[in-house]
Structures are given as C-alpha cells and as structure tokens.
Design a protein. Structure first.
Length: 85
C-alpha cells in the first residue's frame, strides 16, 4: 500500500511546471521540452507570470488558475521568487 501513496510523484497524471519558459537554455525551457516531447502522457500545465503561452501550450499566471488540482508541481524558478507560504 505504501507505493500507492507515492504513485502521484512517480507516475503523475498531471504536472504544474512553475517557471515554465520558452527561453532556450533556461531550466524552465529544458523541463518543458522534456515533459512535452519525450513521451510523458499526462497533462502539463505551464505556469509563468509573464507569458500567455509556452511552447504552444496555454500558460497560467498562478497555480490557483489551473483548471484542476495537479498530482505534481515542479518549481523551476529562483528560490528568492518562491513565496514563504
């Protein structure tokens, strides 16, 4: 049963990529390309406060705007930009 609790980490059906980017070479760009172009079958929600879309996908300015609760959130922004709460 313990493996079921980790299923959303190791086999997420949806991912929020906070700090997704279309700037080549950035961490957010590399993660977005890897998630969307290497066979991940789930939904990727790019989160970027400055861009309306990232690599052809609608981007959200906040995780509170996502259309569903995601299984996994990946934070790809500098530590200073992550809120304390």
């Amino acid at each position: 049963m313990a493996s079921l609790k980790l299923d959303s980490i190791f086999n997420p059906k949806s991912i929020a990529l906070i700090g997704a980017s279309d700037e080549e070479g950035s961490v957010g760009f590399i993660l977005m390309k890897n998630l969307t172009e290497t066979g991940y079958k789930g939904i990727v929600y790019p989160v970027n406060i400055h861009k309306p879309d990232i690599l052809g996908k609608k981007a959200y300015t906040s995780v509170t705007q996502l259309p569903q609760v995601v299984d996994l959130a990946i934070i790809a922004t500098p530590a200073a930009t992550v809120p304390d709460r």
